[in-house]
Design a protein around this ligand. Sequence first.
Ligand SMILES: Cc1cc2nc3c(=O)[nH]c(=O)nc-3n(C[C@H](O)[C@H](O)[C@H](O)COP(=O)(O)O)c2cc1C
Length: 263
Amino acid sequence: MNTVIETLKNRTSLRTYADRPVSQEHLDIILDCAMRAPTAGNMMLYSVIIIEDKKKKEILSRTCDNQPFIAKAPLVLVFVADYQKWYDYYQAGNVEDYCRQENIPFTYPSEANLMLAACDALIAAQNAVIAGESLGIGSCYIGDIMERYEEHKKLLNLPDYVFPVAMLCMGYYPDHYTKRLRPRFKREYVVFKDSYRRLNEDEIKDMFRSLEESFRTENPYNAKNYAQLHYARKTGAPFAREMARSVREALKVWNGDNRKRHD
Ligand SMILES: Cc1cc2nc3c(=O)[nH]c(=O)nc-3n(C[C@H](O)[C@H](O)[C@H](O)COP(=O)(O)O)c2cc1C
């Protein structure tokens, strides 16, 4: 096994960090590696916001579903899908006028642009994760940055065509930290050949068997099985409803709803 494969195979999410800052040298490497990530059309449809302000970290630890370890992370990076720079560039280059003259339809940034920009941002983020891991710097994604769109927009000064898709908490591994690799589903339920294969009842049962072992009938959600418990804790939880609301609100910028309202 080479060291890249070793790093990939041993990565876990890290939520407690050694109490020292990430060195400038290591931060530079992490950012350089993030920026070497593949990017759609080489447009680099993302930006990275380094959260240095302690107060902002504390706010984010609350707005991102109350996760106190965020405030304690030595390095916090927010990866934003960013179409604003290209939009502004097109505006500066009078692209709208040009389109009118040439009979080319001019389209404002759309949901497709957001999806592409989100891909760019996440791929760059994962490069940062792996670069960090190889330097003894662990990390944890925070998906909750997609919640509270309006508050995060204000807090991070995000223009309309910028959406925060991922936040990374990073820091050196604490001394004597024992890594625990979390199990994954069997490969046969994740990797298909040539076309998608919908899993049958027995396969679904088998896929979730090991997760179901942790299920206890006494649980605070009154759940009768693991599916119910999981739904109550994750998919149907208040944070997930807030994420749905928040993303729907953000999408109004990209699907043209806000423009229609102003016209
Ligand atoms: C998009 C995304 C969002 C996540 N959000 C959170 C989060 O808000 N809080 C957290 O503690 N972990 C978060 N995680 C980490 C996952 O819980 C973790 O990756 C998963 O449990 C598997 O564990 P592992 O990374 O150690 O293999 C997130 C991971 C991803 C990819």
